[in-house]
Design a binder for this molecule. Sequence first.
Ligand SMILES: [Zn+2]
Ligand SMILES: [Zn+2]
Length: 342
Amino acid sequence: MSDIRHDRVHGTHVIIAPERLHRPHCYGVEAKEETAKEHCPFCEGNESMTPPEIFAIREQGSLPNKKGWKTRVVPNLYKAVQIEAPYEHHYGFFERWEGFGAHELIIDTPEHHTSITQWSESDVVQWLQTLRARVADLRKDERIAYISLFKNEGSEAGASQQHCHTQLIGLPIVPKLLKERYQRSFTYYKQNACALLESEIEQEEASSERIVATHGAFTAYCPYASAYPFEVIISSKKALGQIDTLHDETIAEVAPLLLLILKNMGKQLGCFTFNLSISTPPLQSRAFEYDILTHTDEICRFAIRIMPRLYHLAGFEVTTGININPVAPEYAAKLLRESNDG
Ligand SMILES: [Zn+2]
Ligand SMILES: [Zn+2]
């Protein structure tokens, strides 16, 4: 059982999770790829190697925990938090929550793809539909205050399984970083009657040097203050809802753009590792001192952030929260644009 501990000095939370100790080690190199497929718990045909599924997109007539799926969601075996834990907040100088929360693993494709760059467009569409279904479902649980949705690709980025997967962690608290982010978005919206990301994209489009590509309502750009080399954000000026409310047409619009960006990154960077996060809406008003829930869609834009991990973060980054990025986003955007048609 884990603990969500409050760090008074840094104003953050830490999850103490002894179960994570048993996590399989990074596979590292391609030499093990052959054996990996046979013993891969995420490949189609190996359904019995995972805990029973919570959700799946399946061919009609196929049975749960059997072949015939497109995406599968299972509880994470190496949980950071668990839904069975008591929903309990303990006060005092050393303040903590019981390790309550959701920790789910989304198996992105039935095939043994090890990179999102190998996916088809319909793979991306079904993946986004799966995330939409899971967040929409967990949003009904009032105990969950925040949901983190992310992918780690490559061992450098922290992936311990090669087969493409996504993680969902739902927590009883809103992490400091996100609380501050919502607060900024809220304040900006109140002062400018416009979403912060909408303004950012407008400004980026005005100069266009950091724009990589657009598709439908979506724009992919290397943000002005990119924290990572070749960082890309995909978002829209228009309010199109959040991950749990996106329309199918919106998903169909963003999917090819995401695939294009990742393929361009692959061309420019070769074999690369990255973290990818999907912005998630605030879930509970009681976590904020202001009313954000009634205006979530106006204030917050659905966004995908891709953070290539080409360099290790070291002492300076860890102690100050200031990343040193050796690649100017203007240059990164130029290189990524040049790959658009090649
Ligand atoms: Zn596999
Ligand atoms: Zn595929």
